[in-house]
Each structure stands twice: as C-alpha cells, then as structure tokens.
Design a protein around this ligand. Sequence first.
Ligand code: NAD
Ligand code: ZN
Length: 367
Amino acid sequence: DADRVLVDLGNRSYDILIGDRLVDRAGKEIAERFPGARAAIVSDETVASLYLEQLRNSLASAGVDSAAIIMPPGEKTKSFEHLMTVVDEILAARLERRDIVIALGGGVIGDLTGFAAGVVRRGMHFVQIPTTLLAQVDSSVGGKTGINSARGKNLIGVFHQPALVLADTSVLDTLSAREFRAGYAETAKYGLIDQPEFFAWLEGNWKDVFAGGEARRRAIATSCRAKAAVVAADERESGARALLNLGHTFGHALEAAVGYDSSRLVHGEGVAIGMVLAHQFSVRLNLASVDDARRVEAHLADVGLPTRLSDIPGDLPPPDRLLEHIAQDKKVERGRLTFILTKGVGQSFVAKDVPASEVELFLKEKY
Ligand code: NAD
Ligand code: ZN
C-alpha cells in the first residue's frame, strides 16, 4: 500500500516509500532497518505542532527512543547558528554513530538536518520524513544538504545521502495551498524535462493530485522516480543533474530580484515563471513551437501558479539587473552561458553556449 522507489547509487542504495499515513509506520520501518538504534528528530515549530507526537508515538511503539530538536520555521533557519544548535543537541542526546537523525519537515529542515547528520561523528545515519510537496518530490532525494551564507544561498554544505525517505502523502493536507502549488511546479518540471506523457497526465488529473489520494501518490512517486534516476546517474552533480535546473536560471534570478521576499515569490513560483520563460525563450531561438509554450503556460496558470513577470507583486528591478543575477548564477564564459532549453513539452536539453545578448534581448521584450 506504499510505492517504493529504490535510489541505486551502485555501492549502496536506499528506499523512498510514498504513501498515506507513513508517519504512523515510521517506527516499524526504522526499527527494521536500524535495530537497536536511538533517534534524534529535528523539526520546525509548525510541523512539530502537527506531527511530532504522532512520529514519537510511532517510534516508541517500535521500541525506538527519541529526542526532539525544534527549530523556528523559515529559510533563516538554514544558518551556522542553527546548525550549531542541532549538532550540539544531537551530541547532548548522546547519540552514537549507529543511531539515526530524522528530519521531519520541509526542505529547510531537510537541508539543515542532513548537513548536521553529515558532519556529527563524521556522518550519522539520516532519515528524511519530508512534509512539503517540494521536499517530497525534490529536496529529500539526492543527498544535497546545506545552509545559507550572507554571500548566497546553499553555499555551505555536504553531500550526505539519506538511508531512508518516508514521503507521507497525507501530511500534505495541512500544507497551505500556496506551498502546495509551489511544490507542484517542481512536479510538473519532471514532465517538462523528458516525460511528455506525465505532463499530459497532470493536465488531465491535477485536480485529483491537489485533492489527495491515489492521484497525488502517483504524481509524487513519478517525480521521485525521475529524481532518483538522475541522482543515480550523477550522484555528485557533475553533469546529468543539470536538466533538473529547467526553469531555475530565470527562477533564481527572480528570487534574487525580489530579495528572497517570500511574500512576493517563493522558490516554486519562481520556477513556474522560469519554466514558462525557458519555453518562450526556446521559441525565440526557433527550437520549440509557440503552441507548446502556450500549453505550458496555460497549465501552470490553471493550477494557480504565476506564469508572467507581471504576476509578481510589486516592482521588479530593470532587465539588466536580472541579467546580472543570471550571469552570477551561471558564470558567463566569453559572453555565453549554459541554459536548459527545450524542443517542446518533455524535450528539454542542456545548451552550453547560449549568447548572453540573446537572453538580454528576450528579457527586454518580456518587460
Ligand atoms: P520550508 O521547509 O520552509 O517549508 C515551508 C513552510 O511550510 C514552513 O513554514 C513549514 O513550517 C511549513 N510546513 C512544512 N510542512 C508542513 C505541513 N505538512 N503542514 C503545514 N505546514 C507545513 O520550505 P520548502 O519549500 O519545503 O523547502 C525549501 C528549501 O528547500 C529551500 O531552503 C531550498 O534551498 C531547499 N531545497 C533543497 C534541495 C536539495 O536538493 N537539497 C532542493 C530544492 C530545494
Ligand atoms: Zn527547485
């Protein structure tokens, strides 16, 4: 009654389980895989108030002792200060290398906790229980962990793969509609990268995905399978993972342009606009058809995601500032940059020498 996706890294592998009420089964799944282990659970205040007791009960009934470490919610929690607190409390709970660290929360908690688990005692077992759609379809799989620096997002961290991922699809019922939609943008991304049939299925079934149940589970499992395949092919992100950045070059520039103000734009919303721009830019380069670009925009707009620059509340900085962000993000070489472009829905590819001047002209038209 849960889907199982295996992330096969060659010398080792781990399971992603996707299904209803997995928090209640977490104790059993963990006790089976780590006999005799104790656990430290890291969560944020919001998620802890909803699901911590449920998780601790489940662990306790499987004989797993647990300590809880609760952080404030929000991106600011991905800091050295909070990393220190988590590390210190893991040590204070006297956890040893055979014990486990559990992240119960969204991508913020997953990234922070994975980093802590990766460095305490040179690496402890790490279990992800992602509670946002974004974390279930993206950040909990792949082993990228880390915190932010004043000089930029996600600049400090380690690769540390989880030993198990439990994606409980029912906890998404309490997620805000806006956060759910933002995660949905990343789900649609997998269709747009190389699975046109999945994108078509989403076009027909997205309302059921939002409602929960079987369709939601299928969408999450399909996304996890796609991410797992990319991670298996490219664990340390040397090349193939680049396709996962579809929509992210424009998206990151937009996030930076609003000063990471989440009241104006959250990551998935930036990605939604970015994916539409990537399709439109591909049309401009005579790679994709206008119909395909319109189709992508229509679907994302249907689910309630922003798709245009003008959908972002407040004023945007001028196009050359956006271009500066893109150049910083991508390291322009001799006026050329790497970009994820597309020949149409589900036909994305990595383009290595896109002229920065083309991007600039395109952005100026979009303003
Ligand atoms: P988040 O962790 O901040 O969660 C969003 C909000 O939802 C928070 O306020 C949280 O308290 C709340 N919440 C979480 N689960 C809930 C639930 N079930 N019910 C009610 N409220 C709930 O944000 P996110 O979007 O999950 O993650 C964003 C982070 O993920 C960013 O820091 C980003 O850099 C990171 N990320 C990492 C990777 C990776 O590969 N490691 C990939 C993508 C994104
Ligand atoms: Zn993303």
